[in-house]
Ligand binder design. Structure first.
Ligand SMILES: [Zn+2]
Ligand SMILES: [Zn+2]
Ligand SMILES: [Zn+2]
Length: 151
């Protein structure tokens, strides 16, 4: 189940107020643009998108906001191919997914596989742990006719 922006933003405001902080208009704008994005955006691109709506928002503000969201576990971060961190909305209410990245063009494909999820919990349990989090990224070369491999 994906949360609406208002639900996700409500979680953010609750976390901020617990830390004696406010959701300023600039922070709210950054949150809205991020939530409206289809995911896997880096700081530069998010900053550009936010500046289209409000030119006064600086790079550092966007960067700090993303770090804050990361601390609050309201975004998920992945570094897939080019070494820049990419952000997407996450929270315990969001359905979990993993990623496959095209080695040729960097396209990110999301997938969910219950069996893989279950196996990871099993592996952790066998090693004496409760699994609390994981990141799994598959890297692949496209077969003909998929992704960027046209013919
Ligand atoms: Zn997973
Ligand atoms: Zn994703
Ligand atoms: Zn590709």
């Amino acid at each position: 189940m994906t949360q609406t922006f208002e639900q996700w933003c409500g979680d953010l405001e609750a976390r901020l107020s617990r830390n004696q902080q406010r959701l300023t208009p600039q922070r709210r704008l950054i949150a809205r643009v991020l939530h409206g994005h289809d995911g896997h955006v880096n700081v530069d691109d998010l900053h550009q998108l936010v500046r289209r709506k409000d030119k006064s928002v600086g790079y550092a503000t966007v960067y700090r906001m993303l770090k804050l969201l990361e601390d609050y576990e309201l975004v998920q971060t992945n570094t897939f191919v080019d070494g820049t961190a990419r952000y997407e909305i996450a929270s315990k209410h969001h359905s979990h997914h993993d990623h496959l990245v095209c080695k040729e063009c960097g396209t990110v494909v999301e997938f969910e596989n219950e069996e893989i999820e279950r196996l990871q919990e099993l592996v952790a349990a066998q090693l004496g742990f409760d699994l609390v989090d994981h990141k799994m990224v598959l890297y692949g070369r496209p077969k003909l006719g998929t992704c960027c491999a046209k013919h």
